[in-house]
Design a protein around this ligand. Structure first.
Ligand SMILES: Cc1cc2nc3c(=O)[nH]c(=O)nc-3n(C[C@H](O)[C@H](O)[C@H](O)COP(=O)(O)OP(=O)(O)OC[C@H]3O[C@@H](n4cnc5c(N)ncnc54)[C@H](O)[C@@H]3O)c2cc1C
Length: 466
């Protein structure tokens, strides 16, 4: 068991810290934001979190989050529900002639979801009472303590804080999120730093939150993420009768910046009949913009050699993407559970082997999910940009074509519906779903090319007055 210093106490970092402390490690989380977490019922209004840009943007917690949380952090999802998180199952919310009724195994789609500040305050409250875990807020890490090993590789032995404090550790976990400065700190110590691949994801979000008078959430007529030519619309149920609605567009679509105007945004969402009813309620925010969202991956082991030892990247600090599939926290939790497993019997005596093994574990557990997500996003962005020019999107990638077929065919076959929900829930990968006997053939045969109801590109531009 070791002393672990975690940089960043965001939602995944804090969950990982709890998992590691429960396994017997001595864990200290250093979180730059000073505000102590308010109770869940005031977290939305009161919790200032400058360190997380997307703190009040629409969030959804997939069934995979619930599954990993139930295994690794017993009591967390129950505490979320006690704070008003919504527990539901998409099979129960859809008509029986589409679902074929409840089946054994459908419980894998059980979901516990909430607005991000509400969920994170529940996580923080649980962390505050976890033995072996110390959370220090208002402590900014500004650099590393390091030596150079006999092989010339920088070995991290701790962190330095903005107050000049030096905190030593057997392992530093970087949970500093998508904008983590770890690469620069490593370079400052003489390491080449991780190889970073960064690209603008190309998407922009115009989102609002709503509340119902009676604690209910609107029924879903289709998936949570619905593609409509040059935009997608997200409808995400949350806690205490609240939910988020987001319009996602290409960041190149200058005309759609008009969506920042509340009246224009409402006119547009109301014109799509399958989602219009989601905004027939009390708004609790104006239109919030999230732009300049990067896809980013940091690789710490190159040709079998770590760029540094004594430090491992976790969750968004390892890799992050455009969030329209709502996977970031679930992938992060899978990553956190994998770190807990890796460190279970670790004595920290061979830092090079540990760094290499973490890179392998990352490649086995979360890298394929990251790649699937990027693949989906690249196709969807190309499809959006084709629609902006008035074309259909042409591709021969069978994974994309099958996924598109499944999106409409799922309404005509309960097995296809479950395949679609598995992919959306992260309970199975697309390639594994498509490999189920006969599923791909049935999806292609039942696919419906008719676009869902709503304005085409010309109609959309007319609505926003472009
Ligand atoms: C617009 C948007 C919508 C999203 N929607 C969803 C969704 O619906 N579902 C989903 O699963 N995911 C979603 N995500 C992704 C999700 O927000 C991230 O995957 C998640 O926040 C990652 O958690 P984390 O703990 O790794 O990092 P973060 O939550 O970003 O936390 C990082 C923490 O590190 C701290 N920190 C940084 N630097 C330092 C330092 N030097 N010293 C001390 N502390 C430091 C920060 O203050 C912060 O608290 C969305 C992302 C965006 C951008």
């Amino acid at each position: 068991m070791g002393r672990i210093a975690m940089v960043g106490g965001g939602i995944v970092g804090t969950c990982a810290a709890m998992m590691l402390a429960r396994d017997g490690h001595d864990v200290t989380v250093l979180e730059r934001d000073p505000t102590p977490p308010p109770p869940p019922n005031s977290a939305w209004a009161d919790w200032e979190r400058r360190g997380v840009n997307q703190f009040r943007m629409v969030h959804y917690f997939l069934p995979k989050f619930r599954e990993v949380a139930e295994q690794e952090l017993p009591g967390l999802t129950e505490a979320m529900v006690a704070a008003g998180a919504l527990r539901n199952n998409p099979i129960d919310g859809a008509p029986a002639d589409i679902t074929g009724g409840r089946r054994a195994g459908d419980e894998r789609f059980d979901t516990v979801t909430a607005r991000r500040p509400v969920a994170e305050s529940v996580v923080a409250a649980m962390a505050a009472t976890t033995p072996g875990l110390t959370i220090r807020r208002g402590i900014a890490v500004v650099g590393l303590l390091a030596t150079v090993g006999p092989n010339g590789v920088v070995h991290v032995t701790g962190v330095r804080t903005a107050d000049g404090e030096e905190i030593t550790a057997d392992l530093v976990v970087d949970a500093g999120g998508r904008r983590s400065a770890m690469a620069q700190w490593l370079r400052d110590c003489g390491s080449p730093g991780p190889v970073e691949v960064i690209e603008d994801s190309g998407f922009v979000y115009y989102a609002r939150h709503f509340r119902s008078p009676d604690g209910s959430v609107p029924p879903a007529f289709g998936g949570l993420l619905q593609p409509y030519g040059s935009i997608s619309i997200l409808t995400l149920p949350a806690d205490n009768g609240t939910w988020g609605v987001g319009v996602i567009a290409s960041s190149k679509d200058a005309a759609l910046r008009a969506l920042l105007d509340v009246e224009c945004w409402e006119r547009v969402v109301k014109s799509y009949p399958l989602v219009a009813h989601w905004i027939d309620a009390e708004p609790i925010t104006n239109v919030e913009l999230m732009a300049k969202i990067e896809d980013r991956q940091r690789t710490y082991v190159i040709d079998g050699l770590p760029v540094a030892t004594g430090v491992v990247p976790l969750a968004d600090a390892w890799a992050c993407t455009n969030p329209s599939l709502g996977r970031g926290i679930s992938i992060g939790l899978i990553h956190a559970a994998a770190l807990r497993t890796l460190l279970h019997d670790e004595n920290f005596g061979d830092p090079t082997a540990l760094a290499v093994r973490w890179s392998e574990v990352t490649a086995e557990t979360v890298q394929p999910l990251f790649h699937d997500t990027l693949n989906f996003d690249r196709h969807r962005l190309a499809e959006i940009e084709a629609a902006m020019k008035g074309h259909d999107y042409e591709t021969t990638d069978p994974a994309w074509l099958l996924g598109k077929a499944l999106e409409t065919a799922m309404f005509h076959d309960p097995d296809l519906l479950r395949g679609f929900i598995d992919i959306a829930s992260l309970t199975a990968r697309g390639a594994d779903v498509m490999a189920r006997p006969g599923l791909a053939e049935r999806a292609m045969a039942l696919a419906d090319p008719t676009p869902p109801p709503g304005p085409d590109r010309g109609g959309l531009l007319a609505l926003i007055g472009a």
